[in-house]
Design a protein around this ligand. Structure first.
Ligand SMILES: [Zn+2]
Length: 752
């Protein structure tokens, strides 16, 4: 076993932990989001199959939902009584906003500040009920609770893929269970207009349907399309139905009508409101399109008429007008737009966008509504009362809050649920990115650089579900849950417990609840997460898991020899992979979680530079700047590449220095590059390897590069190696990204 040193179990420690966790479970609070106070008291309150309430004291919506949840989860029915009820209510004043408390003794006593708070108390109460061997009970306890942020949002893009009224209702039910209170309904975009507007019927007869849709990823080259008509829209009656369904769950609905960009579906129906007037179809491709609304007077009339109907359908305070990703090329070459600029003394196209948004804001303000938009509305000057939704990181939100504007934080780093939640080769196709459950859990909408007064402008946060790659409701749930529960923790809790404690409640209690509702949630967070660390003999693979009760059956197979080693690992334990004595070997290591049965596999090349010192003389692009050890950890970057864990450069010349732990005779160096032309990632043109002694001495170079694996014969004793990689100075004409500096992505340099 020269390659493998599993850390030995300490028996004492192991039993101590077991004892601890069972005691903890007794005290564990099963409510998510975690309440401010949960005090366990001795004993349990046992429940019969019928419980008695004074029905007339309850708001009808809350009572109905309590009734249906008790039925569904616990087979308990509610009966009316005029005597002493089992659940007693008391209204409070002078308490924090949306405050409630629940006291469980020989009966249940709920105190609440308003009807919304009573609803939250009801949701918490249902979560506290346990059933064991058909016996239903609630552990006696005292709960006190109120939310940290007012805006606890979940967004849904129904343009890229359409979801039915019933599906939206189910989405709202789950939001309500976890006390999320704002539904941002992205109703219009390039690929489909989804809201019936009586003044402009073609918006839905034409704009709500497309003839074909992209198959696979946007970056595929060449792209393929299906030939299926996709679409749908909500009639105004259905919109009202959803708004009132949401209101019964204390969820505000914020409609989004995108402008001036992301408007191709509307312009397919009414091309005269674009700059060119050109008739184009509703596109089945994702991305950003050049054609947007023209800033001429007729367009404002068109949009005002639309918003007039929108305003009457949505009773909430906010109307979202998009404002993001609007290319200015059409405006720059449009006589009418240029005229608007001159007349209003606007110095550039950004100021024209600002003028556009301000006019829309004036209209909305007159109707008693507040405008909210994506952070691009900051460019060219923010209109006076606008609220900013910060999606390109926290930066836009910080700038807006410092200027006294309200902000909702939805940074891509933590809040984009269309991103992968696990390794791309273990997940369904997604747009890219990497936002695992733990990352969402760490989300804090208030950045450090804001003082208390500025921070008071942060209304809260929200996660966004863009649906380019979410083609069914099942997949929508998979992407949203359990991440939406982690989001709720981040936005509700005054002082959230650590991630491991959250996962314990999630896995032990809430997965069962979600199962009973047949929610297609993701278990990806239960997969082993493997990180590597350099050590003097090679590298260590460290197994990570939030589930301290889980054990991972680990098998390590050596290819060729067929040798196999099996052992059990727990979170925090390590496998040491040493450098080979002679030949490079290929290994496959599989980790299977006992609790979730989910496995993950690592392909490992045990080579002579494992744990070597890597120095980036050329710095990678900050977005793809991972620890240098990534290049020599024995693992090639994951395919399909979706932006995660590859070293990425955007320069024409790349220099990397590798210092081997000892001088060795090297037969061959194998480079593993990525080729993904649709993402402007190309293979390099030339690689040169030099021996770095007192002076640099060139040993080998090659220009024969036509696949992702490039082998370079060396046959020399080496210690410090200098690698120079040269790319095209710009991407040749006719290829994706033509004229730009190509990206170079590298993961793993194997030394034979
Ligand atoms: Zn124009």
């Amino acid at each position: 076993m020269n390659i493998l040193f599993p850390k030995v179990f300490c028996l004492m420690l192991f039993t101590a932990q077991l004892f601890d966790s069972s005691a903890q479970k007794q005290e564990q609070c099963n409510i998510l989001p975690t309440p401010v106070v949960y005090k366990r008291v001795k004993g349990n309150l046992y429940l019969r199959e019928k419980i008695h309430l004074n029905k007339e004291n309850w708001p009808k919506n809350t009572l109905n939902q309590l009734d249906s949840m008790l039925q569904k989860f616990h087979k308990i029915t509610i009966q009316d009584t005029t005597g002493k009820p089992f659940i007693r209510l008391r209204k409070l004043t002078n308490v924090p906003k949306d405050f409630y408390s629940i006291s469980i003794s020989s009966f249940i006593f709920i105190s609440y500040s308003n009807e919304r708070a009573l609803y939250y108390a009801m949701q918490s109460l249902v979560q506290l009920i346990k059933t064991e061997n058909k016996i239903k009970y609630i552990p006696k306890a005292f709960v006190q609770d109120y939310p940290k942020f007012d805006w606890r949002g979940l967004h849904l893009d129904v343009s890229r893929h359409f979801f039915s009224v019933e599906e939206i209702k189910r989405y709202l039910d789950l939001m309500a269970m976890y006390k999320l209170n704002t539904f941002h309904w992205h109703l219009t975009d390039d690929q489909g207009w989804r809201i019936e507007i009586n003044a402009y019927p073609k918006l839905t007869t034409v704009g709500a349907f497309r003839d074909s849709t992209l198959i696979g990823h946007y970056t595929a080259n060449p792209r393929k399309y299906d030939s299926q008509r996709h679409g749908g829209f909500y009639r105004q009656q259905e919109i009202k139905e959803i708004v009132s369904y949401a209101a019964e769950r204390y969820i505000d609905v914020v409609p989004e009508i995108e402008m001036p960009g992301h408007s191709r579906a509307a312009l397919a129906a009414y091309p005269r409101f674009s700059c060119t007037g050109k008739q184009q179809k509703v596109p089945g491709l994702w991305g950003v399109f050049e054609d947007i609304y023209c800033t001429k007077e007729e367009s404002f009339q068109f949009l005002s008429n639309i918003l007039n109907e929108v305003v009457s359908l949505f009773p909430g305070k906010y109307i979202h007008i998009g404002g993001d990703e609007a290319p200015k090329s059409r405006w720059k070459s449009c006589a009418k737009c240029q005229n608007v600029m001159q007349k209003n003394r606007l110095k550039d196209a950004h100021e024209l966008q600002s003028y556009f948004i301000s006019r829309i804001e004036q209209f909305l303000n007159k109707k008693g509504k507040n405008l909210i938009g994506w952070d691009e509305i900051l460019e060219g000057g923010l209109s006076p009362n606008a609220t900013v939704m910060s999606w390109r990181g926290f930066k836009g939100g910080i700038a807006a809050a410092k200027n006294g504007h309200y902000v909702v934080m939805t940074p891509g780093t933590h809040c984009y649920f269309d991103h992968y939640q696990g390794k791309s080769n273990e997940e369904p196709l997604a747009i890219g990115g990497y936002t695992p459950l733990e990352k969402v859990y760490q989300f804090n909408p208030i950045p450090d650089e804001l003082d208390a007064a500025q921070a008071s402008y942060i209304l809260g946060g929200q996660a966004n579900l863009w649906t380019e790659y979410i083609t069914s409701y099942d997949q929508l749930e998979y992407m949203a849950y359990p991440r939406a529960i982690a989001l709720s923790q981040a936005l509700w809790c005054q002082n959230k417990p650590n991630y491991e404690k959250f996962c314990q409640v999630l896995y032990d209690v809430h997965y069962e609840k979600l199962d009973s509702l047949k929610v297609n949630y993701s278990k990806s967070s239960q997969r082993a997460s493997i990180t590597s660390k350099v050590n003097e003999k090679g590298i260590s693979l460290i197994l990570g898991s939030p589930d301290t009760s889980d054990v991972f059956c680990t098998s390590l197979r050596t290819k060729l020899s067929g040798e196999e080693i099996k052992l059990n690992l727990k979170a925090g334990e390590e496998l040491m992979i040493t450098r080979p004595k002679k030949h490079v070997t290929e290994q496959e290591i599989e980790f299977i979680s006992k609790n979730s049965a989910l496995g993950s596999t690592i392909h490992l090349t045990r080579h002579h530079a494992l744990g070597a010192k890597v120095n980036y003389i050329t710095k990678p692009n900050p977005q793809y700047h991972y620890a240098p050890s990534l290049l020599i950890d024995g693992q090639k970057g994951v395919r399909p590449w979706r932006g995660h864990e590859w070293i990425g450069f955007d320069t024409c010349k790349i220099i990397i220095e590798i210092k081997l732990p000892e001088k060795k005779k090297i037969k061959e160096i194998v480079f593993s590059f990525l080729e993904s032309n649709g993402s402007w990632i190309y293979l390099p043109k030339q690689i040169q390897v030099s021996n770095q002694m007192k002076r640099r001495k060139k040993i080998r170079s090659t220009t024969n590069i036509n696949s992702e694996l490039v082998r370079l014969k060396i046959k020399k004793r080496l210690k410090t190696i200098n690698i120079e990689i040269n790319t095209f100075s710009s991407i040749p004409q006719g290829l994706p990204g033509a004229g730009r500096v190509p990206w170079t992505f590298l993961d793993e340099i194997v030394f034979h």
